[in-house]
Ligand binder design. Structure first.
Ligand code: VGL
Ligand code: ZN
Length: 211
């Protein structure tokens, strides 16, 4: 059964940035493999938005800000447990730029997130304190957007959290699995799919859309 994309559906392309691609500081394995597929999928959509992880150089999600910590360890921040990352997506650097191989000229919005030093934001809707809003729900509501289709990096972090929060915001959300790649540290990918299923996020393959 082919999924029929509607004119008011929205493709959300998550964090297709140099630092998450091969050669980047937080490269997601196989991240470059999904670029052509995302470009192809985007042709099915009238509406496309991008997200862009966008951190100050001293962001508290960076292990470098915690002298006794290494990347992929965790730290307790006021809002809860935070995974620590290599420095990545520092604003206005090459690593933070969207890949030039993403060829989606009709994309409509670039939503930046994670720009407050003290608060990370995997989700494109709500920052990690689970209070601060990014404004994306307001944008989508005002534009009368229908369903959300999510692709990009990384399945178990920014894709997963965006999908779950999109569902909580009242949207019918589908993740196109083969147009994502995961970091998968410490069981994070399996947990993300379980959490997405609990949140009624649909999981499909691109061939169900492309036929
Ligand atoms: C992401 C870890 C840290 C992501 C962003 O885009 O999934 N992961 N910042
Ligand atoms: Zn980040």
């Amino acid at each position: 059964m082919t999924i029929e994309i509607q004119p008011n559906d929205m493709l959300v392309v998550v964090d297709m940035q140099n630092d998450f691609l091969p050669g980047g500081s937080l490269a997601v394995s196989g991240g470059d493999e999904i670029v052509p597929l995302i470009n192809t999928l985007a042709k099915q959509f009238t509406n496309v938005v991008f997200t862009q992880d966008w951190h100050p150089a001293d962001h508290l999600s960076f292990a470098s800000q915690h002298p006794d910590k290494n990347p992929f360890e965790t730290v307790e921040l006021p809002y809860g447990t935070q995974v620590l990352w290599p420095d990545h997506c520092v604003w206005a650097t090459h690593g933070a730029a969207l890949s030039v191989d993403i060829d989606i000229p009709h994309g409509q919005l670039i939503l930046r997130k994670g720009f407050r030093r003290e608060i990370d934001s995997y989700s494109a809707f709500q920052e990690a304190d689970r209070e601060t809003q990014t404004g994306l729900a307001g944008y989508l509501n005002e534009r009368d957007v229908g369903r959300l289709y999510i692709v990009g990096l990384a399945t178990d972090y920014c894709v997963g959290w965006t999908a779950i929060d999109g569902s909580a915001a009242g949207y019918d959300v589908t993740v196109i699995e083969d147009a994502t790649r995961a970091i998968d540290n410490g069981g994070s990918l399996a947990k993300a799919w379980a959490d997405m299923a609990d949140a009624d996020v649909k999981r499909v393959q691109s061939k169900e859309i492309l036929g």
